[in-house]
Structures are given as structure tokens and as C-alpha cells.
Design a protein around this ligand. Structure first.
Ligand code: 3PG
Length: 390
């Protein structure tokens, strides 16, 4: 049995894809082969002995100690794009909510209970006059799956869109509306936009990307939206900017106590990907990715491992994780040859410090070769598979 430990609410549409004759899936399983989760933090969790993979049903992987997993040769997967539409819709909704002062107006309307409500609403409404999106400028930092969808939707709403992403992929560039203006720097976006939305992952490089200095570039009438991660923005600097009228409103999916106590914030409880459709899409994609890795050794959508696809050629498949250093492949193939095993197919790919090799060999008697492969200096882990035979 392959054991999968789950954390958080994972849609049954995905979980039901694990065949019950081969997989045991539960939230309280011990010594799992793989972990499937959403936002649960694994930073303080001891590493289970048999752990082979972690799949994040969602985009952000800052809750997973990715560097540590890489050191132990464990791939971390995510589901890029699977919840992008849900986030896009919430970003657009929040833009309208904030720009038309809908939440504050609604709150005030509720406070009229028991009074002459029809008369009172006509009196109070002047406090909540908003502006329209059409013709205003939306600045986007990050054109991944979500940023591109937000950009395209904003263009359709009549906004002018300016965006910055020095690492945009060819696939995302193809999907981006030709109307989107390309900015040469983040500050060019901050300085021109009426609304600014961030769609980048949280890493040590994006920690407090928006800080006191960058907030000074922003027009005081601007609204800043954060549906990415809390610490991409220095919230103390944002609170100061709001209090000093250097920023008009801050919309965030990652509230803190201080933000909840600050005027002109719109705080949501991390709802970006919380739709039935997104939860299903993420769970299905995560389970399929995980099964593929566990059953065939192939890798797709990993944040720390290279993409590796190799159709199964029969016989036994070795899946070898090794350090990305010279002469690993030479040692691996001569070890296999030393046991007189014929290689039918082989693929080797690397990503930064890690390399991953799949080798299909003809013969079934491979255990000695497997134990020798594990002893090669630089091999981090190695397993054998008979794909489609769990
Ligand atoms: C993500 O990283 O995909 C989103 O922030 C959603 O997180 P969640 O799965 O915990 O809702």
C-alpha cells in the first residue's frame, strides 16, 4: 500500500482518483510515502522516514521547507494555474468593492437598522461616492497564470493595464492581451497606476518587495491589492502609508490584527482560491501529478525538480536523485553495467543543484544494482519501479 497523508480540506474529486486497492489516504496516517496539502505549514514537522514527495494542491509553497526537501531528494509539486480563475474573479470583485466603497457603505447601511432607512440612505450615500474602473490604470506585478488572467479581465473592463514581469514565460506571454503595456521596472508600474495588484510567489527575494521606499513611488489615491502572500508587503509600512494619506486603500487576503484595526483596509480570510471549482481543479491536478511520480517516476509541475518525462519501455525502472555534479551519469551507468543489466532507455535532467535520472533496464533481477546505486557518492536516493504494478 502507498500511504498518502493529507492536510487541510482536499476535494474528494481529487482524493477519489487514488485507487483504493493501492493507496491508503488519510489525515492521520503515520510514515507516509507522500503528503498532499494546501496551506498547512510543514516547517516544524519532522520529516517522515519513507517520504518521497509532497504535493501542494494550490500555488504557494511557502508553507513547505522546499530547500530542505531538495537536500533530501524529495520533489515538491504544486498546481500552477489550477486556481487562477478563482483568484482572478476575487481580485476583480475586490477592486470594485474597494473602488466603490461598497463594504463601508454596506456596513453603514446595516447601522441604520430601526431608523427611517429609506430617508437615511439618501443622506449617508454621499460619503461613499466612488470612481469607475473604466479608463483608470491597473498595475500588475507578476504575469504568471493569475496575473495574466487578471490583466486580460481588466482590459475587458475598460481599464488600461501596465505590467511588470521580467521572467514571463512564453506560454503566458502568448495568453496575455496585446493591450497590456509592458513596464521596464516595478517602480514604473507603481508610479503610474491607480490600482496595483501583486501576483508573485513569496520567496526570500520577494520578502517585503513592497516596503516603505516602494510605497513612496505609489500615487496617494491608489489602491493596493495583495492576493499573493502576506510578507511580500511590509504591512507596518502599509499601515503608516494609509495613516499618512500616502495610500488610499489596502485590500488583502492576509489580514493581521494591526491591519484589522486600521482604517481603509479591506481584509479577507484567504479566500482567493476558495471556490468549489478551484478546490476540485487543484486536488485533481495534485493527485494526478503525485500518482504519476509515485507510479512512473515522471516529474511535472515540481518547484524544485526538473520536468522529466519518459514513456515506460518495460522491465524495471530506476528513479535516481543525485547531486548535480560531474560524472554521476558515468558512475550510474557503469554500476548498472557491472550487474550485466541492459539499459533500454534513459533520461537525465537537472535543476540547480539536483539531478534526476530515469533508467529502464531489461532484466528483472535488479536488487543488487539498486543497492550499489544507493552507495554511489552523490546519489541522494534511488528506488525501483515496475510502472503500473503497485
Ligand atoms: C494558493 O497558494 O494556491 C492560494 O493561496 C490558495 O491557498 P489555499 O489552498 O490554502 O486556499
Amino acid at each position: 500500500m502507498i500511504k498518502i497523508q493529507t492536510f487541510n480540506k482536499i476535494s474528494d474529486k481529487g482524493l477519489n482518483l487514488f485507487p483504493t486497492q493501492y493507496y491508503q489516504v488519510s489525515s492521520d496516517c503515520t510514515d507516509p510515502d507522500a503528503i498532499l496539502l494546501r496551506s498547512q505549514s510543514l516547517h516544524d514537522m519532522p520529516l517522515p522516514n519513507k517520504l518521497k514527495a509532497i504535493a501542494r494542491a494550490g500555488a504557494g509553497v511557502n508553507n513547505i521547507p522546499v530547500d530542505k526537501m531538495t537536500e533530501f531528494g524529495i520533489p515538491v509539486f504544486n498546481t500552477p494555474g489550477a486556481n487562477a480563475n478563482a483568484v482572478k474573479e476575487l481580485v476583480i470583485a475586490s477592486l470594485i468593492l474597494a473602488n466603490r466603497n461598497i463594504c463601508t457603505g454596506w456596513h453603514e447601511a446595516l447601522s441604520l437598522k430601526g431608523q427611517d432607512v429609506p430617508t437615511q440612505v439618501e443622506t449617508i450615500k454621499k460619503q461613499f461616492t466612488g470612481t469607475e474602473l473604466q479608463g483608470k490604470k491597473l498595475g500588475i506585478i507578476g504575469l504568471g497564470a493569475i496575473g495574466v488572467k487578471v490583466a486580460n479581465a481588466a482590459c475587458l473592463l475598460g481599464l488600461d493595464v501596465i505590467a511588470f514581469d521580467p521572467h514571463i514565460t512564453i506560454k503566458n506571454a502568448w495568453q496575455l492581451s496585446a493591450k497590456v503595456e509592458q513596464a521596464s521596472s516595478m517602480n514604473a508600474v507603481l508610479g503610474q497606476a491607480d490600482f496595483i495588484t501583486l501576483h508573485i510567489p513569496y520567496t526570500k527575494h520577494t520578502h517585503h518587495l513592497i516596503d516603505e521606499n516602494s510605497l513612496k513611488q505609489i500615487n496617494p489615491h491608489s489602491i493596493l491589492l495583495n492576493f499573493s502572500r502576506a510578507d511580500i508587503i511590509d504591512s507596518t509600512a502599509v499601515i503608516n502609508a494609509l495613516n499618512n494619506n500616502q495610500l488610499s486603500q489596502y485590500v488583502t487576503d492576509f489580514p493581521t490584527n494591526e491591519l484589522l484595526n486600521t482604517a481603509n483596509t479591506l481584509c479577507l480570510p484567504h479566500l482567493g482560491a476558495s471556490t468549489v471549482e478551484a478546490e476540485e481543479n487543484c486536488a485533481i491536478m495534485a493527485v494526478n501529478t503525485l500518482r504519476r511520480f509515485l507510479e512512473t517516476g515522471e516529474i511535472e509541475n515540481s518547484v524544485n525538480f526538473p520536468t522529466v518525462n519518459m514513456p515506460y519501455q518495460g522491465g524495471v525502472r530506476f528513479c535516481i536523485v543525485n547531486r548535480n555534479i560531474p560524472n554521476m551519469l558515468g558512475q550510474i551507468s557503469s554500476t548498472i553495467a557491472s550487474k550485466e543489466l541492459n539499459i533500454k532507455d534513459l533520461i537525465n535532467r537537472s535543476k540547480k543543484d539536483i539531478a534526476y535520472t530515469l533508467i529502464d533496464v531489461e532484466d528483472a533481477n535488479v536488487d543488487e544494482a539498486l543497492s550499489l546505486l544507493k552507495q554511489i557518492d552523490g546519489v541522494i536516493n534511488c528506488r525501483k519501479l515496475l510502472p503500473n504494478d503497485n
